[in-house]
Structure formats: C-alpha cells, structure tokens
Design a protein around this ligand. Structure first.
Ligand SMILES: Nc1ncnc2c1ncn2[C@@H]1O[C@H](COP(=O)(O)OP(=O)(O)O)[C@@H](O)[C@H]1O
Ligand SMILES: [Mg+2]
Length: 283
C-alpha cells in the first residue's frame, strides 16, 4: 500500500467545541497556549461573503494578518469594515468563506464566547465600562469574566493578579485615577479603560473599531503610542478614518470598498492609488 503522508495540520489537536462548552475557561487557555501560527499568520479570511436581505455587505473578501502586525483598515462608510469584525468575532456568520484564527481555529464554527476566550478581543466604538465602579474594579472584573459581578469583587485577589492590574493601569495611564468611578472619566479615558479591560484577558488579536473618534488631539496621540507599544506582542486590526492617526501607526493599510479589498500596502502606496482616490480620499 502506498504511504499517504499525513498533512501536518491534521496532527494538531483540533479545537473541540463540545469540550469548550463543558469547560469554557479551560478550553480558552488551551486554545491560547496552543494557538498555531506556524506560518506567521494570525488571521486568515478567504472568500468571505455576507449578505443582508440580498444586499452584499462582504463579497469574496480575502484578508491576512501577520503575527504581531498592526494593520489599519480604511474605506468609505458602508464598505463592510464593521461587518468584517462581526464575522471575526462570531457575531455574524458568513454565507460562505473561511475564517481561521491561527492555523486551526475555525471561527465560523465557534461561538462569540469561545472566540473571545481563544484570544480575540474587540473594542466597540462606544465605551462600555461599568460607570458606578472604580477604574480598578473595572479591570478586576475584566480579569475574572467567569464569575458574576459581585462574586468577582468579593473573591480574594492574588498578588499576581494585583500586579497585572497595576501594570495595565500604567499602560493605559490611569494609575492616579484607579479609585475614581469610571463614570467620572473623560470620554478618552473611558476608551483607555476599555482597552485596559481587553488587555486583562491578554488577547493575541485586538480588533478596534474607530478608537480615536471623539478624542482630543492629545488623547489621539497617546492612543497612537499605546497601539505601537501593544503591536509585536499582540496583533492589532484598527478601523479608523483619521488619516493622520493611521499614518502615525500603520505597518500596512487595507482599503475596503463594497465589501472587498480594493488596495493594500503602506499608507503612501494606497493614498497614491487612483482607485482609492476615486472612491475614498477624493481629489
Ligand atoms: N445587520 C444588518 N442588516 C442589514 N444591513 C446591514 C447590517 N449590518 C450592516 N449592514 C449593511 O452592510 C453594509 C456594510 O456595513 P458596515 O460593515 O457597518 O460598514 P462600515 O463599518 O465599513 O461603515 C452597509 O450598507 C450596512 O447598511
Ligand atoms: Mg463601521
């Protein structure tokens, strides 16, 4: 009998959705430690189609994000940027196409909770912090998502957990506001707190939808520094219209238009592309 070589991918432990449902936290840790990024690609979208009542929001979308990359996504309103994030996070199921986190996690067959626990964190436009709780308590809650709010706040914290919160407080520059109720923070500070809450989960891929909308210039500048400091250790996908901001952070820019990739390259390259000028940047 002819020996058939077993593809390397088949030797990988497969993600087990049934097991994950039984022991979601354990599965999350296992998936994160075991995330296979052998080919240097953390996210693969291939041939993704999404339609809403016959309207095509995404059309044969192909997109690849490298490990540790900071990718910016630009494009006109309605281009499908948010829908793409919905597909990655399991909020929207594509009609067809492949979506993989690392080499082996098939995002189209995982629940939103499983996807979050496997290491994909998402920040929406509007901050969703617990306004009545302090900055510190918000981070503490984000660290213990497996418990109810009150059980989490009553549970004893380890020194290690406290150190991690301090570290994140420094990263998001809210050390001196740690005891302040989150409801009293500025809009920008609430955004930083929410990024901090994502970081408590130590995600490998962060999705950020229009993070600097409504921020002051100083806050926007700090966000740029923050994202640059997070890249390499994490992979980031940032949707943003502010070209100054995009220019200051992006390794690589993808232009979406009518649900597909119109252009990809450095910001200078895509800004010089006639088709991009036509549909997005204007003359
Ligand atoms: N749940 C939905 N139902 C119907 N249409 C939708 C839905 N979500 C998005 N769309 C449509 O899909 C297109 C892409 O939207 P979206 O992904 O939000 O674009 P972007 O974020 O690039 O502005 C838009 O025309 C929008 O109206
Ligand atoms: Mg959007």
């Amino acid at each position: 009998m002819r020996a058939v070589p077993i593809p390397e991918a088949m030797l990988e432990p497969a993600f087990d959705p049934a097991g994950a449902a039984r022991d979601a936290i354990g599965a999350g840790l296992r998936a994160e430690k075991g995330l296979n990024v052998r080919h240097g690609t953390i996210l693969t979208l291939e041939g993704i189609n999404v339609s809403f009542d016959g309207f095509k929001a995404l059309t044969d979308l192909n997109l690849y994000i490298g490990v540790g990359e900071l990718r910016c996504i630009i494009g006109p309103n309605g281009a499908g940027k948010t829908t793409m994030m919905d597909v990655i996070t399991g909020k929207t199921r594509p009609d067809s196409g492949m979506a993989y986190f690392g080499e082996t996690l098939d995002l189209t067959h995982m629940s939103e909770v499983q996807i979050a626990q496997s290491g994909i964190g998402r920040k929406f436009q509007k901050p969703t912090v617990f306004e009545a709780l302090s900055v510190f308590e918000n981070l503490e809650l984000a660290q213990k998502t497996n418990k109810s709010v009150w059980a989490s706040l009553r549970a004893k914290m380890t020194g290690e957990q406290r150190d991690r919160i301090d570290e994140v407080l420094t990263t998001i520059r809210l050390e001196t506001a740690r005891q302040r109720p989150a409801g009293l923070l500025s809009h920008g500070q609430k955004q930083f707190l929410e990024i901090g809450m994502l970081l408590m989960q130590d995600p490998q891929l962060l999705l950020l939808d229009e993070p600097v909308a409504g921020m002051t210039d100083a806050e926007t500048e700090f966000t740029a520094q923050l994202f640059k400091s997070l890249a390499r250790k994490h992979s980031l996908m940032v949707v943003e219209h502010d070209m100054g901001f995009v220019g200051s952070i992006a390794d690589h820019v993808t232009v979406l238009h009518q649900g597909s990739v119109l252009a990809e390259g450095s910001l200078n390259e895509v800004q010089a592309d006639e088709r991009v000028i036509e549909v997005y940047l204007g003359r």
